[in-house]
Design a protein around this ligand. Sequence first.
Ligand code: ATP
Ligand code: MG
Length: 644
Amino acid sequence: MLNAVQRLDTARETNCTPEMYEQLYRRSVEDPDGFWLEQAKRLEWVTPPTKGGDWSYDPVGIEWFADGTLNLCHNAVDRHVEAGRGDATALIFEPDDPATPGRSLTYAELRGEVVRMANALKAIGVKRGDRVTIYMPMIVEGVLAMLACARLGAIHSVVFGGFSPEALAGRIEGCASRFVVTADEGLRGSKRVPLKANVDAALAEPDHDTPIDGMLVVRHTGTEVTMTEGRDHWYHELASDEECPCEPMGAEDPLFILYTSGSTGKPKGVVHTTGGYGVWTATTFSYVFDYRPGEVFWCTADIGWITGHSYIAYGPLLNGATQVVFEGVPNYPDHGRFWDVVDKHQVNFLYTAPTAIRALMREGDAFVTSRNRSSLRLLGTVGEPINPEAWRWYFDVVGEKRCPIVDTWWQTETGGVMITTLPNAHDMKPGSAGKPFFGIRPQLVDNDGAVLEGATEGNLCITHSWPGQARTVYGDHERFEQTYFSTYKGKYFTGDGCKRDEDGYYWITGRVDDVINVSGHRMGTAEVESALVSHAKVSEAAVVGYPHDIKGQGIYCYVTLNAGEEGSDALYAELRGHVRKEIGPIASPDHIQFTDGLPKTRSGKIMRRILRKIAENDYGSLGDTSTLADPSLVDRLIEGRQNR
Ligand code: ATP
Ligand code: MG
C-alpha cells in the first residue's frame, strides 16, 4: 500500500480539525435527527422542519425534514441579496473560445436573471410540478433554467448537451416532459453542437409520442434555426422583469430527475427532493471544500451530470460562493486551457475527474508548469477511482505539493459526497477516497451478505439513510427497490467493490460486476489498471475478465499510451512484467490490446461492460450503448480483438 501523504499545513483556521471530525461524525451517527436538523439551519425555511429522517429500506420509503417547507432558488439566490451580499460575485462565465468576452454576475444580477428566466418559463405555461427538460450548453442560462424551475416548483430534468436526438427523446418521454429549454447551438472545443436541431429531431422520432407544449430557445451562437410556430419561443422575447415570487415547496417535493451515467447498464432516472438534497449539498460543499467567502470555486463538470447539479447549480450557490462556469474543454485551444482559466480568474478550488487528469498528464508537464497556478488552494476529483500515479501527478505537478486533494466518492443516487478526506482533518492516501462523511455508515459485506469487520474487502453498502439520498427512480419505484435494496435486504447497495484498511480508509476497487476471479483469487479492476498506469509509457488502462480454460477467468487489458509512444511486442512483454512486479504473478495479464482510446460514457467513465463483451468475442449483444461518447471506437476495438 502506498504511503499516506500528511495533512498539509494550510495556515488558516479550519472548519474541521481531526478532533472535530471525530466528534461530529460520532454525533451524526448517534443522533442523526438532531445532527441533521441542526445542519438544516444552513438553509432558510418557510416552515422550519421539526422532523429529521423517517425512512425504511424494507419496504423502501425515504423522507427527510418532511414537515418543512422552503424554496431552493430563494436559498441559492434571493437570500444572499436580502442579506446584503448582493454585490458578491456569483458566476464567472468563461466561454469556449478564450478570445470571446466572458461575463460575470453578482448575486443581485443573478437574481434578476433568474426572475427573467422564470417569467419566460411561466409564459410558455410551466407550472408547479411540471417536468421541464433542459438541453443546454455549459452557459449561464443552463444554470438559470435549473434555478428558475426550482423557483416555480417545476421539476427539472437536465439532459447532457452532447446526447443524440434519440437519447434525448427517451429522456423527454421517460418523464413525460412537456417543456424544453435549449439553445440554438452549443460550442465545445470550437465545434458547434446543433442543440435546437437535435431537439427538433428528437421530437420527430417515430416512436416519440409526448407532445411538447412549449420550448424556450436561448440565442447563443446566433445561427439560424427552425422555429415551430406556437411551440417554439425565443427566450429573449419572453423574458421579463416582473416580480416572480419563489413557490414554497414541501421538503419532499421533487426538485429534479437526473439520469445516471449508464456505465453499468441502461441509465436510471433518479429523483431528488428539495429539503434533503438542499441540506446535503449545502453541508457537503462547505465541509469538503472548506470554502471561505470571496474564494473562487471551479467545478469542471457539465450540468448534465450530478456533479454539475450538486457542485455548480446548488452546493456553491447555497453557500453564497463565487464560481466559474466553463463552456469549453480541457484541450482547446491547447492542453493548457485549464491552467489558463485558473490564472485568469484566480481560481482557488479545482474539482475535476480522473479522465481529465489522465488526459492532461498524457501530454506532459510543460502545459501545466508554463502557467502560474499560484491561486490554487485545493484540488478535487470525482467520477472514477483515481490511479495513484495520476493522483501523484495532480498533487506534485498541478498542486505543487501545496494543495490538498479530496478524492470524493459518490453517485448520482447519493446526491452529494459520501466518502472523502476533509482537507484539514485527515491525511491523504493516494488512491483512497478516505473516510465517511457525516451521517454515512458504510458497511462491507461478502456475496452472501455477511458483514465483514475491520480491514477487509467486500461489496459496499450503506446501512442508514442520509438527507441527500435519491427517493425513487422516476415512475418505477420497483426498479429503485430492485436495483439498490434487493441484493442485501435492508441495506442500500452501491454496486461498487471496496477495501477498508487498518486506518478505516475506504478504497473503491471498481464495480462489483467487474470483479475478476482468477484461479479463485478475486481482483478489482482498479488495482490492475493502476499498476499498468504506473508504467511511464501508459496513459490509461481498462481491465476485464474473460473466460479462461485453466484459470476460470483470464485478465484482458486494454491500454492507451502516452502521446508519442507506440505499442510493440517488447512493450507488451515489459508491461506484463511490470504488473507482475507491482502486484504479483497472479495478476499477470493474459492479453494486452493497445488501443487509441477506451469506450467511455459521456461523463468520461470507462464502460468495462462493453470491453468485457469484446474480450469474450461476443459482439452481438453489447447492451445499452446510448451513452457511449464515441461509438465508432467499438468497431476499432473489435478489429483489434480479432487481430490478436
Ligand atoms: P450507471 O449507474 O448508469 O451504471 P454510473 O454508476 O457511472 O452509471 P454515476 O452516478 O455518474 O453513474 O457514477 C457513480 C459511480 O462512479 C460510483 O458508483 C463509482 O463506481 C464511481 N465513482 C464516483 N466517484 C468515485 C471516486 N472518487 N472513486 C471511485 N469511484 C468513483
Ligand atoms: Mg451507478
